[in-house]
Design a protein around this ligand. Structure first.
Ligand code: NCD
Length: 396
């Protein structure tokens, strides 16, 4: 048997694979966003909030730094990354992990023609978790199979976390996006003001409910090649009474993939598409009817020569946010962006940053707490965290 042959397994429909990425009811490898159901997302939200709160005090931070200090994490990031790499690093540091990294394959045995599977297998003998980002679609999935096969042969195997694979999935970004939305739609900036803020908003928007249900989510930009929207849309599809509107310039490369659109429709989601943020959808102006706007950049690094030629003639202004467009949005509707934003094309100009709906810097910071919560889940130490949390809370 050749351990490195995965083609048949990759071909299977996603739902038949899920059980291979869990063990004893816990997630073992993080490969796809749809491994997380609403219940698990709620649990992760509570864990993330506890870590966030504890990290504020010296006593809490010192306790957190002991939680997983006997573990080692490998950050294998051969594709450029700022936020995902650094927030995973920060999450690991907060929890006490010792961290190793390979970012530039030229500094590893890759230059001696070592396969990535051999490299991964080596990492699994030195570290306790492999967090990986690659330009190769589905490599993380293959690495999860490799670990399971090693395990079945009685060899050492560790969890694999997909931190972005090609243009297909970015599940941990979706986790932090959901965490940001959970916090936004609980309207609890300060607990004493929560009631008043929510009831104030309800006067203006009588249909507003707490939580992620009953909302219209709009996504704008490059839906064809952006992996963050693919992952997030699948998580949002699990909530009740959700609508999604995908706004892209009028070009097939940039439109939402048929696979993801069909899977959303199959799950009963109302899916709409438009070419401009100024469009009307089902007879209503888009911007004033949405509860969240998720902006993305055009992923120009994937352009073919034909794309470059076509895009030079294409009107993309319908997917650029302006202050005037923000003014037409609901008062509470968060503006999200996975970042980086494109400083030349400016789909999200900096003049919007001071608007109260601009959530993207907080969203990026939430990556630290959401990723720390995920690591706590993977290493099954929620109970230890609870005990530490209670001991800090009792002392203060
Ligand atoms: C995204 C990515 O790498 O997919 N960034 C991120 O992880 N926050 C989005 C992008 O590159 O446009």
């Amino acid at each position: 048997m050749d351990l490195y042959q995965y083609d048949d397994r990759l071909e299977r429909p996603a739902r038949t694979k899920m059980s291979e990425f869990s063990r004893d009811g816990r997630i073992r490898h993080v490969v796809f966003a749809c491994q997380f159901d609403v219940k698990r997302l709620e649990v992760l939200h509570d864990v993330a909030n506890k870590v966030r709160e504890m990290a504020r005090s010296r006593e809490g931070a010192v306790k957190l730094a002991n939680l997983l200090s006997y573990r080692r994490a490998m950050l294998y990031f051969t594709q450029p990354s700022t936020r995902t790499f650094l927030s995973f690093m920060a999450a690991c540091q907060i929890l006490g992990f010792k961290v190793g990294e390979v970012r530039d394959p030229r500094t590893s045995s890759f230059v001696k023609r070592e396969s990535q599977f051999d490299s991964i297998r080596m990492f699994s003998s030195y570290f306790d978790v492999i967090i990986m980002r690659t330009e190769k679609p589905r490599l993380a999935e293959c690495c999860a199979y490799l670990m399971n096969d090693l395990d079945s042969f009685g060899q050492r195997a560790v969890p694999v976390v997909n931190a972005g694979s090609g243009a297909d999935e970015h599940p941990t970004q979706a986790l932090l996006d959901i965490y940001t939305l959970q916090r936004t739609y609980s309207f609890d900036e300060t607990s004493t003001h929560r009631e008043s803020r929510y009831s104030e908003l309800r006067e203006k928007y009588p249909e507003l409910t707490l939580g992620l249900d009953n909302k219209t989510y709009a996504f704008s930009g490059d839906m064809g090649r952006g992996r963050t929207v693919r992952s997030l849309a699948q998580l949002l599809a699990q909530y009740e009474n959700v609508r999604m509107i995908f706004v892209t310039p009028d070009h097939p490369t940039l439109k939402l993939g048929a696979d993801i659109r069909d899977s959303l429709i199959d799950r009963g989601i109302e899916v709409r598409e438009a070419n401009s943020l100024d469009a009307k959808v089902d007879g209503k102006p888009l911007l004033s009817s949405i509860d969240c706007l998720y902006m993305t950049r055009v992923q120009r690094e994937h352009d073919t020569e034909q794309d470059v030629e076509d895009f030079a003639k294409l009107d993309m202004s319908g997917c650029q946010l302006t202050l005037e467009r923000v003014e037409r949005m609901k008062d509470f509707a968060p503006i999200l962006h996975p970042f980086p934003r494109d400083s030349v094309y400016q789909e999200l100009p900096t003049e919007i940053d001071t608007d109260s709906r601009a959530m993207y810097f907080r969203q990026a910071r939430n990556g630290v707490w959401a990723r720390a919560a995920l690591l706590i889940h993977l290493f099954d130490v929620e109970h230890e965290l609870d005990a530490l949390y209670d001991s800090v809370a009792t002392n203060t």
